[in-house]
Design a protein around this ligand. Structure first.
Ligand SMILES: [Zn+2]
Length: 242
């Protein structure tokens, strides 16, 4: 890690995005009053040990993303997402083997489809974040958006559980039966619509984590000198995360 001048030419106030170049390190942001030290890249040293990542993401995601590095390699984040997604694939694969109670049967191919779908949805999210950030003038290029989404992939776990239950009830015909009992008239296609709706709601924790991540990194500073779009792209190989 090279200790560059702080505030450096690219340093922004982490709260309001004000360019802090040339100001005294001990002073406050002229725009919002936040202490300049609060925007120091020295506060972004995380994540710490790999064991802490899951715990921090669940217990205090805001602090996790506030302390997350925004430079260096994205490899640890990608491994984290791979672990989460494979775990979900395995969970679906084993669904009907538990106690013979469940109706939903997932074979290896279908579990693979789940894994690929989660990757697709995640990278669509990355593109969405980049697009949104660019429009808002936030400093969240592709590499950083990818890192945020990778760590937010822990949010796919509750989504997988909720969707597993919903699909299981659908396959067993329970949803049709319950809704007919409740409303009198209920078409099978309405159950499919309901499943889509449940799926959208089940994604909320993932979406919330991504949103918290963007909020906490939209003006994030790193030690690496970077061009306007170079930050977080993983080009600076000298910094190793975790
Ligand atoms: Zn400020």
């Amino acid at each position: 890690m090279n200790d560059l001048i702080f505030p450096g030419p690219d340093t922004l106030c982490e709260d309001c995005g004000y360019a802090l170049k040339g100001l005294r390190p001990g002073g406050d942001c002229p725009e919002c009053g936040l202490g300049l030290a609060e925007s120091s890249p020295g506060l972004r040293l995380g994540p710490g040990s790999r064991r802490e990542v899951e715990l921090d993401l669940v217990r205090r995601p805001g602090a996790f993303f506030r302390a997350m590095r925004v430079d260096g390699s994205n490899l640890p984040a990608r491994w984290f997402m791979l672990k989460m997604v494979l775990l979900i694939g395995l969970f679906w694969l084993l669904w009907d083997t538990v106690g013979g109670y469940w109706s939903l049967e997932v074979d290896l191919f279908e579990a693979g489809v789940v894994v690929v779908s989660l990757y697709l949805l995640s990278y669509i999210e990355v593109l969405g974040v980049v697009y949104f950030a660019r429009r808002r003038g936030w400093r969240v290029p592709f590499g950083l958006a990818e890192r945020l989404v990778c760590y937010s992939s822990i949010g796919w776990i509750p989504a997988a559980v909720v969707m597993g239950l919903a699909l299981d009830w659908y396959v067993a015909g329970d949803i049709d039966r319950w809704m007919r009992g409740l409303l009198g008239v209920w078409g099978t296609w309405q159950s499919v619509e309901l499943l889509v709706l449940v799926g959208a709601v089940a994604m909320l924790w993932f979406e919330l984590l991504v949103w918290i991540g963007v909020r906490q990194t939209k003006y994030a500073n790193s030690y690496c000198a970077h061009s306007s779009d170079g930050i977080g792209t993983g080009k600076s190989g000298s910094v190793v995360e975790t």
